[in-house]
Design a protein around this ligand. Structure first.
Ligand code: NAI
Ligand code: MG
Length: 334
């Protein structure tokens, strides 16, 4: 047993609504079992916050996130777009990372999936610049800049280099979107020259949607633009069986936010039956971001053990355990 906790971090904690609060509590419980000194600063956001204060994302909460070393976010309800999308924009969280990994005793369709989707988070069609209606419809603009795409592609290659991945796959539709995705593809191969040890390939997004099902084990790191990344990451979630297991990270130049992909799940909220593993895996991504790889590995190994034993699983994985029981079991396995 080590005596004192060495490294110290200030973590902004935003539990939010519904099961966000339950999975956050379970996750902090395990984090407190690690040899790291976390100073939590709690922020309000979401539906309840809107009701209480008249705004879903108070400026104090944003300040608190900006000031912290990293942020853990649970889930918001109906105000999710005003909360999480706004935070991503305000903090310029340009990279959205969605790991797709198969674990034992889950509903994963395959046993050997392990890849990372690196999605550009600031431009593309999600700038939602929809001009006013035309006579016969409406027009949306898609913005692709060399600066933003180079930044995300470099991020993907750095991720590959630092995580012993041997290949990066670019996903686009450059045959049709010749200018925007043509630029993305060109920048991809320019950046690739700086990483001669990492193999490259590029696929059209429609083909990729199929390859994710026919050969998911062949992918290691996928880098793509905003909308394609959003769609492919939900396909990835479907491959490995369920929202209760899917974490994510939003990374910027001066900050990062870690959150499960799921929402506030009003259908099961308040019952202590939500699966906290997606939130826990998000916290593990935070540990790696902070450079706490040893603790991250320890935490992940504890979760793997719980899944392998399969005695303590929540309802979404066919078990009867409560959220708090999972936290206790993971903590005991640290
Ligand atoms: P949801 O992710 O909250 O729930 C979808 C289904 O998955 C539900 O049946 C739920 O019970 C189940 N589920 C989700 N997480 C689970 C977990 N950890 N353990 C066990 N089962 C789990 O998505 P839904 O129902 O579309 O949205 C509910 C609310 O959440 C909405 O108000 C929506 O706006 C918000 N939302 C917020 C997000 C965020 O804060 N990032 C993301 C998605 C939705
Ligand atoms: Mg999505």
């Amino acid at each position: 047993m080590s005596t004192s906790k060495t490294n110290s971090y200030k973590i902004a904690v935003i539990p939010g609504d519904g099961i966000g609060k339950e999975v956050m509590e379970a996750t902090l419980d395990v984090l407190n079992g690690l040899d790291i000194d976390f100073k939590y600063v709690y922020g309000d956001a979401g539906d309840e916050c809107l009701e209480k204060t008249g705004t879903a994302l108070p400026s104090e909460t944003l300040d608190l996130i900006m000031d912290a070393d990293a942020c853990l976010f649970g889930a918001a309800g109906e105000t999710a777009a005003d909360v999480i999308v706004k935070i991503r924009q305000e903090m310029k969280l340009f990279a959205n990372l969605r790991p797709v990994k198969s674990y034992l005793n889950t509903n994963s369709l395959f046993d050997d999936i392990d890849f990372m989707i690196v999605r550009e988070n600031t431009e593309g069609v999600y700038i939602a610049d929809e001009e006013s209606y035309t006579d016969d419809g409406a027009i949306a603009r898609r913005i692709i800049t060399k600066k933003a795409e180079k930044r995300i592609i470099e991020y993907a290659f750095e991720y590959a280099k630092n995580n012993n991945k041997t290949k990066v796959t670019a996903v686009h539709k450059a045959n049709v979107l010749k200018k925007t995705d043509g630029l993305f593809k060109k920048v991809f191969y320019e950046v690739a020259k700086d990483y001669p040890d990492i193999a490259t390939e590029d696929f059209y997004v429609d083909a990729t949607a199929m390859y994710l099902i026919t050969q998911p084990e062949s992918f290691e790191v996928i880098v793509t633009t905003n909308l394609f990344g959003d769609i492919l990451s939900d396909e990835g979630a479907g491959l490995v069986g369920g929202l209760g297991l899917i974490p994510s990270a939003n990374i910027g130049e001066d900050g990062a936010l870690f959150e499960p992909v799921h929402g506030s799940a009003p259908d099961i909220a308040g019952k202590n039956i939500a699966n906290p593993i997606a939130m826990m895996l998000s916290a593990i991504m935070m540990l790696r971001y902070l450079g706490e790889n040893e603790s991250a590995n320890k935490f992940e190994a504890a979760i793997l053990k719980v899944l392998k034993n399969a005695n303590t699983l929540t309802g979404d994985l066919g078990g009867l355990a409560t959220t708090t029981e999972i936290a206790l079991e993971v903590k005991n396995n640290l």
